[in-house]
Design a protein around this ligand. Sequence first.
Ligand SMILES: Cc1cc2nc3c(=O)[nH]c(=O)nc-3n(C[C@H](O)[C@H](O)[C@H](O)COP(=O)(O)O)c2cc1C
Ligand SMILES: [Mn+2]
Length: 479
Amino acid sequence: MAIADLREWIALLEREGELRRVSVEVDPHLEMTEIVDRTVKAGGPALLFERPKGSAHPVLVNQFGTLKRTCLAFGVSDLDEVAAKLSDVLEMQPPEGLVDKLRGLQKLKSIADSRPKVVKRGACQEVVLRGDDVDLSLLPVQTCWPDDAGPFITFPAVITRDPRNGSRNVGMYRLQVLSKNTTGMHWQIHKDGRADFMFSEGRMEVAVALGLDPITAYSASAPLPKHIDEFMFAGYLRGEAVELVKGVTVDLEVPANAEIVLEGYVERGDVAIEGPFGDHTGFYTPPEEFPVFHVTAMTMRRDAVYPSIVVGKPIQEDAWLGKATERIFLPAIKASVPEIVDYDLPVAGTFHNCAIVSIRKAYPGHARKVMHAIWGLGLLSLTKGVVVVDEHVNVHDYSEVFFYVGANVDPARDVVLADGPTDHLDHASTLPFISGKIGIDATAKGPEEGARTWPPEIAMSGEISRLVDERWAQYGIDL
Ligand SMILES: Cc1cc2nc3c(=O)[nH]c(=O)nc-3n(C[C@H](O)[C@H](O)[C@H](O)COP(=O)(O)O)c2cc1C
Ligand SMILES: [Mn+2]
């Protein structure tokens, strides 16, 4: 059974000893961040702040803050199990024989069952505040870092529809609280929510869900192709459809299980300065104009719990959402670039600065082909640096990768400089949105690639290795 909602998730975390209730009053203005920062960096528990200063709503933070909790959220012991579920679908072959056909049907059925289901009533509408009653200051919104422009809602699922074809998008875009009923809408230039907005004329309705079951919450951060509904993806990963209810003031559906929902609209030409905000890059992003989100209704569960996340210098909680994405999307990446064996996005690279990719190298120039494939693939296209290694190299072992970068690279021959789009938040590029790219080919090179005779790598023979295994106890060496 999938985790039904945020409350069931909190209960599960508590049963597993993965949650700490903080019962003293804590200020969401800076103090909470310092507590969370220390807790995340120490691999500590999820935190439920029961008495945030100035609000009646408890705050849940650090729900994804370790690999163990991230696995718990997905109901697996290894994130590659989630990936396997996806590769199951991506690698479907024409069935052979009856058993295969039945298995195929089962898979198709589980896709069909993933479609979000619209239900009549949802707990997220137990309390309804409209018009003048809307008051964002009721929520314990964190001001995370000292130079932040104000409080920011950091863990939202922002729901829009493409005005051209009605397809839904769900994205995690932070919302700076600007007044009791307006926020900024920080969808960056490469994101699907912004594309929906650019395709619309005049007003576009928006709904924001806060406080979801962990897989649905995660799905808002997943870099899916635009036409794929994140709630469908969440349903597939959960093994159970996401239930939606109609908004009370907008023609959009929202997760029935949400703790809090903000309904409203954005309008062309209606912008405000957003930021600065201490971002996941480890730097403050400068003030910039973004659309204003006008909140027409705020609906809630009774005793709603408010979810938050702190981003900043790595490592922070979002590292684990990123790791989940790295693992879950490997099968999709392999589906278009099958020679890729594995990849790693180092947390210190804040996900768009560096990718390490191992490949089954088959021809001269192959590593370069893969670099360009990465630079052409969804949001991975924003990656500034790509390191390519041979298939036997463990991309998650940075020391091993560095060994091959040092040993196998002639910088005059094996470094590719290119350019292309860069992350909206990249401050190092000369121009916004465009930067140089560096590719490092750390694979073994052949003569066709201009290399001299490539020496064999040192390894002990299997025979001697087995002999030493067998005799180890006799040597009397404790290791
Ligand atoms: C905690 C967190 C905060 C994020 N904040 C933003 C943000 O403010 N703006 C943005 O464009 N992307 C932000 N992202 C990244 C997007 O959620 C991510 O790129 C996602 O793919 C967007 O959905 P889309 O692909 O449907 O546009 C954030 C991600 C996380 C995990
Ligand atoms: Mn999307």
